[in-house]
Design a protein around this ligand. Structure first.
Ligand SMILES: *[C@@H]1O[C@H](CO)[C@@H](O)[C@H](O)[C@H]1NC(C)=O
Ligand SMILES: *[C@@H]1O[C@H](CO)[C@@H](O)[C@H](O)[C@H]1NC(C)=O
Ligand SMILES: *[C@@H]1O[C@H](CO)[C@@H](O)[C@H](O)[C@H]1NC(C)=O
Ligand SMILES: *[C@@H]1O[C@H](CO)[C@@H](O)[C@H](O)[C@H]1NC(C)=O
Ligand SMILES: *[C@@H]1O[C@H](CO)[C@@H](O)[C@H](O)[C@H]1NC(C)=O
Ligand SMILES: *[C@@H]1O[C@H](CO)[C@@H](O)[C@H](O)[C@H]1NC(C)=O
Ligand SMILES: *[C@@H]1O[C@H](CO)[C@@H](O)[C@H](O)[C@H]1NC(C)=O
Ligand SMILES: [Zn+2]
Length: 924
């Protein structure tokens, strides 16, 4: 799944346990599903009564004698009296169901058989079921869109099953380990199209319902229930052909079909790349990718029927920015990577979710790079993954990549930065320390060995160890498991100290866990990570070689063994550890080394340092200044070099950090100093890029476009040069165009900046104008850009109105986008206080609004966490949480992290603010 998602199954804790004695969270293993035959009839004609009914015929093999059949079912109406059970091998005896029970905690539906099912026999179980097509964006649910000419609402149906919602659509063994082939037959009115994982085998008229048809699909390969998918819709499609002749189609509502071209071209290319990269052909005869108007996650990798939000599949040259297009490519590449990592080889249990998500995230970076090398997306995405991990995993309330999972809410909470971005970062680390050949052949043998089966991380470690030893990429006495367990079973990442002696030639290296919370003493930061050590020197400046020159090891009991490096140059030359940020750690040097680095960056040949390492130095020094292990004076003198920097990555690292400082300082009396500082820092790059003047078409290097977009956003926030007047002028020329819904003269790459600046500095009428454009727009990414800009106003009444619109049950703003509206308000300095108040006063309604997708509530908290800076406000928030009861259940992890981020802000304000302000004054 793609990460901008998050949905959760809330538990019916209020339901009785109905007497079941089996209380373990996993299904019993006495029965094995061998094949599903699913027939589902969908009714989409009456908007007041959107529903489905079906029959699940499940072939089961008994591995042990058992008296009961325990499977998953949730919110389905099942008529017990119509369930049948027959032995289908040997003498084909009829059995029956004597009674049923429900375990609501784990969604179990327990069927007690009249006669014992005997080991070795095959049975056929048939269950009829029905339910409403729900509005909660999970299970088998409804979505809709409007025909602009008539305002008519069209309904479609679609599934979203990961992680545990197949049970909402049909009774099944809903755990990733129970793989089985599926034969799916969809019934629907003949004016619709039915789609499923496999191609259609046959369409025949419905026996009794006039104008209804049955569309039967071919039998699938064995797959996990969470990958089953189907949809009934009236969409159009754009065909493309896979090089091997398989069918590849991109679907969208008819009015958006012209936005499918890019995905239709990109998808097959990246699929072909993976076939070569993994050395395994895509096993299904077709792929459909569908843009769903209402979709909780970013996208979902259902085998052969991949589903997306409109923003992650549809591309419009007139409306989408380059950043939109690249994100879209990345999401498509992510979902198609899952066709191997996740679909072909699936994790045994959700504990190893990262094997799915970390891999898809990492491999997507390679796929996009291969097809669009001019984007230079691999470096950028890799840095993004690292920066995200550095931030999230520096919290004490973070968690290991691999962790025990028992409840469905815990699975849902695992779809987070640790599974995705940290997972991706540690895979990249292995790729870089093992080298191309060992990594690829290890992965290939893992995929081949476990195809159509399930695996856990130890299986991957074994394949990679074998490949590494064969290629001599790892010392014989090392194995991948010892190294990687330190990264996947342990929370956090290390900071290493590199302290050189007076000669400069000998360095002592030590490590400890890096934490943002300054109150945690050093003896509680212990931990050991196996570190492939690579480094380069001022003279050598070879950042290409990421193979380890030495290893920092851990003892059997997990303690760090001290390490000395002895071949360094003299004290007048710097060293840099971790070329290209190959490994997930931060580095602190002695004062002399920092001094040399600052000299090169500010006065010397700064480009002799690899661009990823320039980003690393910026990020590290700002973290160390934040936690107090470096002075802000040193940090600011280092990042002063940015006035010379013309590359995206170091600026990205700087802005990520300065944003957090800015959100604190803008609530204090010294903001004017910070504002002047930001002006001084940004002006040279802003001028270099010609501000927000429309020079995009003359920019040759694509990532300079992204840099210009990012810098423009900052420049207008800090009112650098002509940014604001230029933005306002763009907007006015749009407003005065005769048909603003058809022509927009604002360059796509700065629209967000222009909209936000105008809403901030302009009039109520400008806000209204933009809101009208939102309602009329046919392009999801444009709608999204507008939503994120409407919160930029400083008018309290507009902010208040916008908050209410975001949670309006009438859904002028779709439920999937409501978090965006709230976040936009909460991120601005005026809106923050209103949003916080709104959240606290309405938490019960917000809970009901999202239920059971409570994970969305967690996303509302992140802008709030960044702006609470006073201890008393933190205490007040804690108290609120203590008293919020059920309204915040299911997001424990997010709450802990929110409170911890607030605490680190409070610490910064109390301990750094004065020093920071003085240091700023010095460099102004
Ligand atoms: C169903 O059968 C399995 C295997 O025999 C057993 O472990 C489990 O406890 C039974 N469940 C119930 C609810 O009795
Ligand atoms: C559609 O709805 C809009 C806004 O409610 C209205 O202005 C327009 O006249 C409607 N169009 C039709 C064809 O009913
Ligand atoms: C690294 O150096 C800092 C500052 O000199 C010190 O506080 C910290 O304890 C050292 N960490 C390790 C792991 O030695
Ligand atoms: C590093 O690799 C780049 C690109 O492959 C190449 O241009 C550069 O010369 C290499 N640098 C060194 C020091 O080998
Ligand atoms: C934008 O263009 C105008 C007119 O060509 C020019 O005066 C102005 O300096 C430019 N702005 C920047 C920041 O380059
Ligand atoms: C919140 O509840 C916890 C445990 O129930 C308690 O330790 C803590 O003091 C409470 N905090 C506040 C601010 O009320
Ligand atoms: C969430 O936290 C509460 C209180 O700390 C605890 O009782 C509950 O078990 C936690 N739930 C989960 C799923 O971890
Ligand atoms: Zn994914």
């Amino acid at each position: 799944m793609n990460w901008c998602l998050f949905f959760v199954v809330a538990l019916g804790l209020d339901l009785a346990m109905a007497g079941s004695t089996y209380d373990y969270y996993r299904l019993p293993t006495a029965l094995l599903p061998k094949k599903y035959n699913l027939r589902i009839l969908t009714h989409l004609e009456n908007p007041e009564d959107l529903k489905f009914s079906g029959v699940a015929q499940i072939k089961l093999e008994a591995l042990q004698n058992t008296r009961n059949i325990t499977l998953h079912s949730k919110s389905l109406l099942i008529d017990d009296s119509k369930i049948t059970l027959t032995q289908v091998n040997g003498e084909k005896k009829d059995n029956c169901i004597s009674s049923t029970e429900v375990n609501a905690v784990h969604d179990f539906y327990i069927l007690n058989a009249c006669q014992e099912l005997e080991a070795g026999n095959i049975y056929q179980l048939t269950l009829p079921f029905e339910a409403e097509l729900n509005k909660q964006l999970q299970g088998y649910y409804r979505s809709s869109y409007q025909i602009p000419e008539t305002n008519e609402t069209k309904w479609i149906s679609i599934t979203q099953f990961e992680p545990a919602s197949a049970r909402l659509a049909f009774p099944c063994f809903d755990e990733p380990g129970f793989k089985a082939p599926f034969v799916i037959t969809l019934g629907f009115h003949k004016k619709f199209t039915g789609l499923s994982n496999m191609p259609v085998r046959e369409i025949r008229p419905h026996e009794t319902l006039p104008d209804y048809v049955w569309s039967e699909f071919e039998e699938s390969v064995p797959m996990s229930t969470y990958l089953v998918a189907y949809s009934v819709n009236d969409f159009s499609h754009k065909p493309s052909t896979l090089p091997n002749g398989a069918l590849f189609r991109t679907w969208a509502r008819p009015n958006a079909i012209d936005q499918c071209d890019f995905a239709a071209e990109f998808g097959p290319k990246v699929l072909q790349y993976y076939e070569e990269f993994f050395g395994i052909k895509f096993p299904l005869p077709k792929v459909d990718q569908v843009a769903v108007p209402d979709f909780a996650a970013g996208a979902m990798e259902n085998w052969g029927l991949v589903t997306y939000r409109e923003t992650t599949l549809l591309y419009s040259a007139e409306y989408s920015s380059l950043a939109n297009q690249q994100q879209l490519a990345n999401v498509v590449a992510h979902e198609l990577a899952h066709q191997w990592f996740g679909n072909l080889v699936t994790m045994k249990w959700w504990t190893d979710l990262w094997l799915n998500e970390g891999f898809a995230t990492y491999v997507a970076n390679l796929g996009v790079e291969h097809i669009h090398p001019e984007w230079r997306a691999k470096e950028r995405e890799s840095l993004n993954d690292l920066l995200t991990t550095f931030r999230r995993d520096a919290l004490e309330s973070s968690h290991p990549i691999s962790r025990p999972i028992q409840m469905v809410v815990e699975i849902s909470e695992s779809f987070d930065e640790i599974s995705y971005e940290k997972g991706s970062s540690v895979l990249r680390m292995m790729h870089l320390f093992l080298g191309e050949e060992s990594f690829r052949s290890g992965i290939k043998s893992y995929l081949q060995t476990f195809a159509y089966k399930n695996a856990e991380q130890d299986n991957l470690w074994e394949s990679l160890t074998q490949a590494a030893h064969k290629n001599g990429a790892l010392p014989e006495n090392y194995d991948i498991k010892s190294i990687m367990d330190s990264w996947t079973l342990q929370t956090g990442y290390p900071v290493i100290n590199v302290t050189r002696d007076e000669s400069g030639k000998v360095a002592k290296i030590s490590q400890e866990r890096f934490l943002l919370n300054r109150d945690i003493p050093h003896d509680q930061r212990k931990g050991c990570w196996w570190l492939p050590l690579s480094y380069t020197t001022q003279e050598e400046h070879d950042f290409n070689n990421t193979l380890p020159k030495a290893w920092m090891e851990c003892s059997k009991s997990g303690e760090s063994l001290s390490k000395t490096i002895e071949d360094l140059p003299g004290a007048d030359q710097w060293v840099i550890f971790n070329p290209q940020l190959a490994t997930l750690y931060k580095v602190n040097y002695d004062a002399q080394n920092w001094k040399l680095l600052i000299e090169t960056l500010t006065k010397g040949d700064f480009e002799s340092i690899h661009v990823l390492n320039r980003a690393q130095l910026v990020d590290d020094i700002l973290y160390f200044a934040w936690t107090g292990s470096q002075d802000y004076e040193i940090a600011l003198s280092l990042i002063g070099y940015l006035q010379r920097e013309r590359e995206f990555l170091p600026w990205k690292a700087a802005f990520d950090n300065l944003k957090l400082v800015g959100r604190i300082v803008r609530q204090t009396p010294h903001f004017d100093l910070f504002k002047s500082y930001m002006n001084k820092l940004i002006t040279p790059i802003f001028e270099h890029l010609d501000g927000i003047n429309d020079t995009f078409s003359s920019i040759e290097q694509q990532d300079q476009i992204l840099l210009k977009t990012m810098v423009a956003n900052w420049a207008c926030q800090y009112e650098v040069l002509d940014c604001i007047p230029k933005a306002l002028a763009y907007f006015q020329s749009w407003k005065s165009s005769p048909n603003p819904d058809e022509t927009n003269p604002i360059p796509t790459n700065v629209r967000r900046t222009v909209y936000c600046s105008t809403v901030r500095h302009g009039s109520d009428e400008d806000w209204e104008f933009l809101w009208t454009r939102y309602k009329k727009s046919n392009v999801a990414s444009e709608k999204r850009t507008i939503l994120s800009s409407l919160g930029c106003t400083r008018e309290v009444w507009l902010l208040q109105r916008y908050l209410e619109l975001s949670f309006d049950p009438k859904e002028v703003i779709r439920k999937q986008d409501s978090t965006l509206g709230f976040q936009a308000v909460a991120s601005s300095e005026v809106g923050f206080l209103l949003a916080k108040k709104y959240f606290i006063e309405n938490v019960d309604q917000i809970h009901k609004f999202y239920h059971p997708l409570v994970k969305s509530i967690g996303r509302l908290l992140s802008p709030l966490s960044e702006q609470v800076i006073e201890r008393k406000d933190l205490e007040e928030f804690k108290e609120f949480i203590n008293h919020s009861g059920e309204s915040l259940s299911g997001i424990n992890q997010t709450i802990q992290q929110t409170l911890e981020i607030m605490l680190t802000n409070v610490q910064w304000k109390e301990r750094n603010y004065d020093q920071f302000s003085r240091s700023i004054e010095l460099v102004l």
